[in-house]
Design a protein around this ligand. Sequence first.
Ligand code: ADP
Length: 142
Amino acid sequence: MFKSILVPIDLTNTDLAKPAVATAVLLSQTSNGTIRLLNVLHMTPVMLTEYVPADFDMLQRQSSQEALAIVAREVGIEPSRISSVVRQGNSVYHEILEESQAVDADLIVMASHRPAMKTYFLGSNAGYVVRYASCSVLVVRH
Ligand code: ADP
């Protein structure tokens, strides 16, 4: 049913990501679809650039790519059906929406913490993606 599934992953909270990845794998198998793992790295603020090494962004990107490659390997589906990408930007949900357009995703599967008063007022990445994505969104909660 779903041919192109995007799974945004916060690499600082992989425990939260696991059920979302497992759900995406299951759904992709019903239609032999593809999975795209995405991690968004925040841009280094301009005022900090003189305090970090020149290759800081490149090293961060490299370690995120390696971490996503490990996740991709561990899920155990054919390598041709899973790919990963690291994007850099100031807004996680904006990059998720951009990537969903880029891969023509028909489903975004993402984890979310339980709703709290904080997110009621401020919104969250999952909340923004649900509101603005043009494809279906499945929010996986523990
Ligand atoms: P919540 O939406 O539960 O308040 P977050 O907005 O931090 O919490 O994260 C929800 C989901 O947003 C994560 O499970 C993940 O799918 C996605 N997400 C958060 N941070 C990133 C990131 N840096 N890169 C990719 N996806 C992210």
